[in-house]
Design a protein around this ligand. Structure first.
Ligand code: S3P
Length: 177
């Protein structure tokens, strides 16, 4: 059984939704940012601060390579993971790619006040620019779910419903929690 890969801009709900989705399917959940953190023993912010984005991207690349060889995992990616075509290719080869979307307004209200995303430190205009540069990548997902003003359960049910239609109910939901 293939993996389920969540992609999308920062703050679209990839990790929160991914955890709940994995629970529903009794699959393992993994977050590429946390994996990078575990391997390097540093937070994403610390890697960016000490070594810069290039180092972060190369650690992320190694994590993606490893995870894309596994099965039955819900993988929450970082917002920039699939911008690298090699990451996209590896994840898509062995997984269904689901894009999570939210309006810029909602993204800013969800995460604008937090301090743990190095690429969100710029002005709102800079963030919007990054978002619009990346849209075309996110839009290549197998399907897209809008998470704006929805709670986690609603998003997870929508995903399960779409997955069911796509795969003739190959995905079995084991819990509603
Ligand atoms: C990034 C998003 C972050 C993290 C890093 C870079 C990006 O992950 O990977 O700060 O390039 O958009 P989230 O999307 O989980 O915030």
């Amino acid at each position: 059984m293939r993996n389920i890969v969540l992609i999308g801009f920062m703050g679209t709900g990839k990790s929160t939704v991914g955890k709940r989705l994995a629970l529903s399917l009794a699959w393992d959940f993994v977050d590429t940012d946390l994996e990078v953190g575990e391997i390097t023993n540093l937070s994403v912010t610390e890697i960016f601060r000490r070594y810069g984005e290039t180092r972060f991207r190369s650690e992320e690349r190694l994590v993606v390579q490893r995870l894309s060889q596994q099965e039955q995992m819900v993988i929450a990616t970082g917002g920039g993971t699939v911008i690298n075509p090699l990451n996209w290719e590896a994840l898509a080869k062995n997984g269904i790619i689901i894009g999570l979307h939210a309006t810029m307004e909602e993204i800013i209200s969800r995460i604008g006040h937090k301090n743990d995303r190095p690429l969100l430190k710029g002005t709102t205009e800079a963030i919007e620019k990054l978002w619009s540069e990346r849209r075309e990548f996110y839009e290549k997902a197998d399907f897209i779910i809008d998470t704006t003003q929805k709670d986690i359960d609603e998003v997870v049910s929508e995903i399960l419903e779409r997955l069911g239609r796509m795969t003739n109910n190959e995905f079995t939901c084991v819990s509603k929690d």
